[in-house]
Ligand binder design. Structure first.
Ligand SMILES: C[S@@+](CC[C@H](N)C(=O)[O-])C[C@H]1O[C@@H](n2cnc3c(N)ncnc32)[C@H](O)[C@@H]1O
Length: 248
């Protein structure tokens, strides 16, 4: 994996210490406030025809039925602080999440896996999960039931259908780690649609991705500001990419 740097970029961001990237100016061009406040979801508004819905794993191979029979919760459980390790250290990401929680902001985790990681996060920081304004999505109903027992809103949805499940501009912070499979571009558009004015999204995904397909349209978008990103090189054996966007 390699970091490709846009103008103004501070290489310190590699270690998650780039306060500019996290709190200050973005990398793309200025965002049109009116465009960023649009409430109607129009597929392709950032990536054009490349942002088609795409079949999920679930469409191709229904794993939910299998997992339900086994009564086995989804085992994916990455520590929340490590969701964006490609661009921000756990400490930096955790402090961003804690800021949002401190002002009772709304957080969405797209493709949460088991969800137990949010209990661990709350325990680590002495927070009561019931008081954290957290929603999440899962492709199947195999997330851990304890999240719902604590009153968390876990919605079954693929990344390309989020606009049908949540209101436009309703989240202060959206996180997604490794969970946009086969719907990377439409998933990003959906996430951008749900971020509120002044809110942010930090997304990491596995797989090859190019500057032209991912970064250029985001940097040129009127809709949201590209704060930071990483993309893989052609030779990466385990390619991953990440983006940090903000709505003005
Ligand atoms: C690799 S796990 C990561 C889970 C968790 N975010 C973590 O970091 O541990 C991917 C999760 O995203 C879900 N997922 C995969 N593709 C998806 C898509 N296109 N839309 C929504 N969820 C998806 C899977 O069901 C799975 O629970």
């Amino acid at each position: 994996m390699i970091r490709l740097i846009l103008k103004n970029h501070d290489p310190a961001a590699k270690t998650g210490t780039n306060a500019d990237a996290l709190n200050g100016k973005g990398l793309g061009r200025e965002v049109n406030k009116q465009a960023s406040e649009q409430t109607l979801f129009v597929r392709g508004f950032i990536f054009g025809s490349r942002a088609e819905r795409g079949p999920t794993f679930q469409d191709l191979k229904p794993i939910a039925a299998l997992d339900r029979r086994k009564k086995k919760p989804n085992g994916w459980n990455t520590a929340v602080g490590k969701y964006a390790e490609l661009i921000y250290s756990p400490k930096v990401l955790e402090s961003k999440i804690l800021d949002v929680i401190a002002r009772d902001g709304k957080i969405l985790d797209v493709g949460l896996g088991s969800g137990i990681q949010w209990l661990d996060f709350c325990e680590k920081h002495g927070l009561d999960i019931q008081k954290v304004n957290l929603s999440a999505t899962s492709l199947t109903d195999t997330f851990h039931p304890i999240l719902k027992e604590y009153g968390k809103d876990v919605v079954i949805s693929d990344a390309a259908s989020l606009h049908e499940r949540f209101d436009a501009g309703s989240f202060d912070l959206i996180l997604s780690n490794g969970s946009l499979s086969r719907q990377e571009l439409s998933g990003i558009e959906n996430i951008a649609h749900l971020v509120k004015s002044g809110g942010e999204a930090i997304i990491t995904a596995k797989g090859p991705m190019s500057y032209e397909v991912l970064i250029q349209p985001l940097a040129n978008s009127n809709y949201c500001e590209l704060v930071n990103y990483t993309i893989p090189t052609i030779n990466d054996i385990a390619p991953s990419w990440s983006i940090h966007i903000r709505k003005s």
